[in-house]
Design a protein around this ligand. Structure first.
Ligand SMILES: [Zn+2]
Ligand SMILES: [Zn+2]
Length: 271
């Protein structure tokens, strides 16, 4: 049995002798099939070939890949509690884990649980959980049908908020996906951060966010979605917003930047 991985989106599918006929993530209107058609690789091939980039991105440690592969997201290690013994929350995920990555992350306190913003970053979440002893993987129940590889380690959460620790809370922000979520948490230096995946998509100017049904296919969401997300985030203070990849972050003044972004978006669509 082989765990096949889509080379365009990096999603890992369940053990099977043959890859799926198509990738559900890539054939969805939020994504796209690669220009050379559907291509597959395997987790074993990626684990042998790719190297992990594990270094600071702002106030957190990011976990990504040195070589380009699929969607270039980087995950973040978020301290789960006051002391190093509490370990880390892995926020979002990437497509490959190997012994070298496990050893380097264990030196940083390991992983106590995994929380994922939305199905584009489910990637190899079960592989990562298994590599760290079967830690729980939290995904929002509204995206339950998108889980490509089932595991008893996956825990769905429902409702508007889910507290992971004294300093980290998941917030449901439906829009990009029905279950899209963000993580509101303390950064190690005491700043407050909103880890957005692409539930809120940090703009190239790193002073604004947007909310898109599809980023690569340029499909916006409607005004009521923006109003709803604004309401869901209204009581939260945060200094910084961390986007889905390296350096795509709003550093300082992020609370005001997000509010101004919502105003700008609504004006642009004539609402
Ligand atoms: Zn795909
Ligand atoms: Zn996405």
């Amino acid at each position: 049995m082989t765990r096949h991985v889509c080379t365009t989106c990096g999603t890992q599918y369940a053990d099977a002798p043959q890859p799926p006929e198509s990738c559900r993530v890539c054939t969805d209107d939020r994504q796209h099939v690669g220009r050379d058609g559907q291509r597959w690789t395997t987790h074993d091939e990626l684990a042998a070939r790719l190297h992990h980039r594990i270094e600071r991105d702002g106030d957190f440690v990011g976990v990504g890949l040195v070589e380009p592969f699929a969607i270039p997201q980087r995950a973040l290690l978020v301290p789960a509690g006051a002391g190093p013994e509490a370990g880390n929350i892995l926020w979002d995920c990437i497509s490959v884990v190997n012994a070298d990555a496990v050893a380097r992350i264990e030196q940083l306190g390991g992983i106590a649980l995994i929380a994922i913003s939305h199905p584009h970053f489910y990637s190899a979440m079960v592989e990562w959980s298994d590599a760290f002893g079967g830690v729980p993987i939290l995904v929002h129940a509204a995206d339950r049908d998108w889980i490509p590889r089932r595991s008893p380690n996956i825990v769905t959460w429902a409702g508007d908020r889910h507290q992971l620790s004294d300093s980290a809370t998941l917030i449901h922000c439906p829009g990009h996906f029905p279950g899209s979520s963000v993580l509101h948490c303390d950064a190690p230096n005491g700043r407050r951060a909103l880890l957005a995946g692409d539930s809120l998509h940090v703009a190239a100017d790193r002073r604004h966010v947007s909310v898109m049904h599809s980023v690569p296919n340029y499909i916006p969401v409607a005004a009521p979605v923006i109003d709803d997300i604004r309401r869901r985030l209204a009581d939260l203070d945060f200094d910084d917003v961390y986007g889905f990849t390296w350096g795509l972050n709003i550093v300082g003044g992020a609370r005001v930047a997000v509010d101004e972004s919502f105003d700008r978006y609504l004006a642009a669509i004539g609402s």
